[in-house]
Design a protein around this ligand. Structure first.
Ligand code: TYM
Length: 327
C-alpha cells in the first residue's frame, strides 16, 4: 500500500504523537511504500523564530530516526523541498468553499489560541494537507484522531477534482489506532496533549528520567482514589491508564486488577518507572545521532529526490487536466 503521513517540525515528539501516529509508521514502513514529510510549511502558520525553526527541522528528523523511522525503508523528507505541495494546494484552494475551512475544529481552536495572528495559512492549512496526501496517490494515512476531519475534507476534494476533471486522484482512507488515538494533556485531561502547550502537560520521548517522574507525579487526577477507567468521570486516571496500557501491552482490565486498592501514588510511581524504561533507548539513540549532522542532511536530500519523482508526475497530470500549459 502507498502510505503517507506528516508531522510538524516544532516541539519535541511526545507520547501522543508516538501512540497516535509514529508507532504505526514504524510498523507500516516494513511492508508498504511509505512517505513521511516533515511539514515545515504547515508549522509556519504559527509564529516561528527563523534560526530556531531551521534547527527544529533537523531536530525532528533526528528524533524520528531515533525512534525507529528507517530511511532505507521509507521516504523521509521536508515538505518545502518538494515545491509541488504548494502548487497543488493552490489548485485545491480554488475548489474549496471557504465555509468548509471555517468549520474545521483545528482552525477554530488555533484561531482562539493565537487571536492576534489568525492568518490565511491557518484557514487553508487543510488544503495544503490534502495536497501532501493526494500528490502521492496515497491509499492510507495513519494519524491520530485530531486529523480525521482533515482527511474527510481531503477525500471530498479528491472526489470533486475527479468529477470535474476526470479520474486523477486515489481516494485515501485513514488509519486511526483503536487505543491511543487521542492522548490527553497531563495538566488538563479534557484537552489533547499538544506540543505547543506548557512542558508539564506532555511527555517527550526524549525527556530525562527525573522529568518523566516529576511530570507523572504532578499529572492531574480525579476525585476518589480507585484506579478505574471512566473517561467521562475520571478523565485524568483514564488517560494515564491508556498510556500505561499502550506502553506495557497489558489491557486496561488487567491494570485495574493489578492496582486494585493501591491508590494513585503507587500507580503513578509504577507508570513513571515503565515510561523511563521504555523511553531510555530513544534517548540513547538520539545522543548518538546528534553527532551525525551530515548524515541527517543527506537523508533529507535523498528523501526529497525520491518524493519529487512521484510528486512531479502527479502534478504534470493535474496541470494538463485543469488546462495549464505543460512545463
Ligand atoms: P502534528 O504534527 O500535530 O501531529 C503529528 C501526528 O501526531 C498525532 N497526534 C496525536 N495523537 C494522539 N494523541 C495526541 N495528543 C496527539 N497529538 C498529535 C496527529 O494526529 C498526527 O497524526 N496536520 C498534521 C500534519 C500533516 C499531515 C499531513 C498528517 C500535514 N500534512 C498529511 C497526515 C497527512 C499535524 O499537524 O500533525
Amino acid at each position: 500500500m502507498r502510505i503517507l503521513s506528516g508531522i510538524q517540525p516544532t516541539g519535541s515528539l511526545h507520547i501522543g504523537n508516538y501512540l497516535g501516529a509514529v508507532r504505526q509508521w514504524i510498523e507500516l514502513q516494513e511492508k508498504n511504500e511509505c512517505f513521511f514529510p516533515i511539514v515545515d510549511l504547515h508549522a509556519l502558520t504559527a509564529p516561528q523564530d527563523p534560526k530556531e525553526f531551521k534547527k527544529s527541522i533537523l531536530e525532528k528528523t533526528t528524533e524520528l530516526l531515533s525512534v525507529g523511522i528507517d530511511p532505507e525503508k521509507c521516504v523521509l523528507f521536508v515538505q518545502s523541498d518538494v515545491s509541488e505541495h504548494t502548487e497543488l494546494a493552490w489548485i485545491l484552494n480554488t475548489l474549496t468553499p471557504i465555509a468548509e475551512l471555517e468549520r474545521m475544529t483545528q482552525f477554530k481552536d488555533k484561531s482562539q489560541k493565537q487571536k492576534s495572528n489568525v492568518n490565511a495559512g491557518l484557514l487553508t492549512y487543510p488544503t495544503l494537507m490534502a495536497a501532501d496526501i493526494l500528490l502521492y496517490q496515497t491509499q492510507a494515512v495513519p494519524v491520530g484522531e485530531d486529523q480525521t476531519q482533515h482527511l474527510e475534507l481531503t477525500r471530498k476534494l479528491a472526489r470533486k477534482f475527479n468529477l470535474k476533471y476526470g479520474e486523477t486522484f486515489v481516494i485515501p482512507k485513514e488509519i486511526v489506532p483503536k487505543e491511543g488515538a487521542r492522548i490527553m494533556s497531563l495538566t488538563n485531561p479534557k484537552a489533547k496533549m499538544s506540543k505547543t502547550d506548557d512542558t508539564a502537560s506532555s511527555i517527550s520521548l526524549f525527556d530525562e528520567p527525573k522529568d518523566i517522574k516529576a511530570k507523572i507525579n504532578a499529572a492531574v487526577t480525579d476525585t476518589g482514589s480507585a484506579i478505574t477507567y471512566n473517561s467521562a468521570r475520571k478523565p485524568g486516571i483514564s488517560n494515564l491508564l491508556t498510556i500505561y496500557s499502550e506502553f506495557s501491552g497489558e489491557t486496561i482490565a488487567q491494570l485495574e486488577k493489578k492496582f486494585k486498592g493501591k491508590g494513585y501514588a503507587a500507580f503513578k510511581k509504577s507508570l513513571a518507572e515503565l515510561l523511563v524504561k521504555k523511553l531510555a533507548p530513544f534517548y540513547e539513540k538520539k545522543k548518538d545521532l546528534e553527532k551525525r549532522e551530515v548524515y541527517i542532511e543527506e537523508t533529507l536530500k535523498k528523501g526529497a529526490q525520491k518524493a519529487e519523482a512521484i510528486a512531479s508526475t502527479t502534478m504534470q497530470d493535474v496541470r494538463s487536466k485543469v488546462g495549464l500549459l505543460s512545463r
